[in-house]
Design a protein around this ligand. Structure first.
Ligand code: DX5
Ligand code: ZN
Length: 213
């Protein structure tokens, strides 16, 4: 089980401490939510900030691009040497080309869909992706509740993946209860923001791991 805490819930005033706490707490990856105020109604940070974050952590960077034109930024994000870059099927771009571009840069490529997008659209990307991210909330904000219907959607995608070497990540509303549901349905990578950052990070990550067992 891979746990990828979302930095969206961190206190950016003490970011360096937050980053070292996450490593000590046993995080596997670091989830970075990139929002442009167009694709989602919220704005976060860009490639320069990701590069700085990378200086203060050795956790593999898991970059979730919630932006309208990912192709224009992939090379810039690649400069931080992330482990994986994930693009949205719904972005106004050639998504096949984005996935190819990411892989050509020697980075793992992920594809994601919003909760109201049909899971069947993922079929076309199966040969071009290393991870499918299933959004279990509407992208844009932390602290929302895991949406009804997410479990069935995760199950369907797990079946679609079959024996392929593709991770199945779930993002949004993950806590000790929903982590269990997501993993039972077939997830092997969990993103969690508000749950991990509320209180003791090590204890919260451990609780998520035990719930997932
Ligand atoms: C939402 C982001 C998530 C968010 C999750 O658009 O993609 O990564 O940080 O936050 P929680 O875990 O609080 O739902
Ligand atoms: Zn995310």
């Amino acid at each position: 089980m891979i746990i990828s805490p979302s930095l969206l819930s961190a206190d950016f005033g003490i970011l360096k401490e937050e980053l070292s706490e996450l490593s000590l707490a046993g995080a596997d990856w670091l989830h970075l939510d990139i929002m442009d105020g167009h694709f989602v109604p919220n704005i976060t940070f860009g490639p320069d900030q990701v590069k700085n974050i990378g200086k203060y952590t050795s956790l593999p960077l898991d970059v979730h691009l919630m932006i309208e034109k990912p192709s224009a930024y992939i090379e810039k994000f690649a400069q931080s040497n992330p482990h994986i870059i994930v693009v949205h099927h719904e972005s106004k771009d050639d998504i096949h080309q984005c996935l190819e571009m990411i892989r050509a840069l020697g980075i793992k490529a992920g594809i994601t869909i919003k909760p109201d997008t049909k899971t069947e659209v993922l079929q076309q990307y199966l040969d071009k992706t290393d991870m499918i991210l299933m959004m279990s909330v509407q992208p844009g904000f932390g602290g929302q509740s895991f949406m009804d219907g997410s479990v069935e959607r995760i199950q369907r995608v797990r079946e679609m993946i079959g024996s392929r070497n593709i991770h199945l990540q779930v993002d949004g509303g993950i806590n000790d209860k929903t982590a269990k549901l997501a993993v039972q349905a077939g997830a092997d990578v969990l993103v969690a923001g508000s749950y991990i950052f509320k209180g003791d990070k090590a204890k919260n990550i451990q609780t998520l791991r035990s719930a997932a067992l």
